[in-house]
Design a protein around this ligand. Sequence first.
Ligand SMILES: Nc1ncnc2c1ncn2[C@@H]1O[C@H](COP(=O)(O)OP(=O)(O)OP(=O)(O)O)[C@@H](O)[C@H]1O
Ligand SMILES: [Mg+2]
Length: 360
Amino acid sequence: MGTPLEGSVRNVLDQEQLKWIFVGGKGGVGKTTCSSMLAILLAEIRPSVLIISTDPAHNLSDAFQQKFTRTPTLVDGFSNLFAMEVDPSMEGDELDAFEGMGGFLSELTNAIPGIDEAVSFAEMLKLVKTMDYSVIVFDTAPTGHTLRLLQFPSTLEKCLGKMMSLKNKFGGMISQVSHLFGLGDEFREDAIMGKLEAMKSVIEQVNEQFRDPDLTTFLCVCIPEFLSLYETERLVQELARFEIDTHNIIINQVLFPEEASDSKLLKARLKMQQKYLDQFYELYEDFNLTLLPLLPEEVRGVTALKKFAANLMTPYKPAAASASELQDESIEAATLRLRERISQLEAELERMRKGKQIAD
Ligand SMILES: Nc1ncnc2c1ncn2[C@@H]1O[C@H](COP(=O)(O)OP(=O)(O)OP(=O)(O)O)[C@@H](O)[C@H]1O
Ligand SMILES: [Mg+2]
């Protein structure tokens, strides 16, 4: 086994060309926390950053303690960090760009499951692309969903490809295809094909960008437990299958021996975690593994996120924590220790004075 790579996400920040950063993993492991911290770190070095939540159960608002919507909103206290929460499942007439196509799409959805989400994702990407952010961070929904999302560009490309070839083959027959979907004449071939063609070109571009490791990377977040290790491996393999670059794993909620104190429970958890950490290091030699400590409290609000984000840049050391804890330690205890020391010194001084008097 070689020397492990540095345990930080510095490599991601150093990759100046990166445009799309996905953060994913099992439910509740810390995806939103990590993607928010990453976005904050990126905002320090990039002209503009957008963080998008594609999880229907949005929690960016919760992490930043600020309400976000489907239009990018400036995060309080920043001049270049924006956040938005989008719903990947489209409600037919929800998207302006598809006004009048709602019915058509819902019919299409029956024929090709998932196409509505794919279209909605494509529309979102199209919108985001025109906004010209320097980097876009995705806080994704738990694993299964994320992978489906990443599959959308190819699903849609295939589907559109088929429709295009249909069009080429049968010329003006598309209206008959619309009839097949039970649609009226208002769905004119040109209008529909025009929209689909425009969408196809966005999809093609995005598909190409997602597969370019200079532009796109995927950070896996997990915790040192069996299920999470298993899920991470599944995720890494799927990403490889989709040819999406991934070389960072953030292991969250780690217990450190120095902090496990005398609690039997903590010691047992620590031992268990250590076993899985060893396996992570063994399995992912060529990954940057970043450990984040389990905190006694939640990580909420910009101040807490900023503070915790330091651990993404410089590997966490429990010693540093105990130094900072010192500040929190009751001043009383510190004063008591100082008083004791002062009285010791006074007693010593007294003895010296007495000795001096005797000698005189
Ligand atoms: N290292 C940690 N120590 C203590 N609390 C943490 C830590 N990391 C995250 N949390 C807290 O745990 C909760 C879940 O974290 P988070 O929302 O980031 O997970 P998630 O993976 O996005 O969850 P979901 O799958 O539900 O979207 C949050 O309340 C967060 O503040
Ligand atoms: Mg989340």
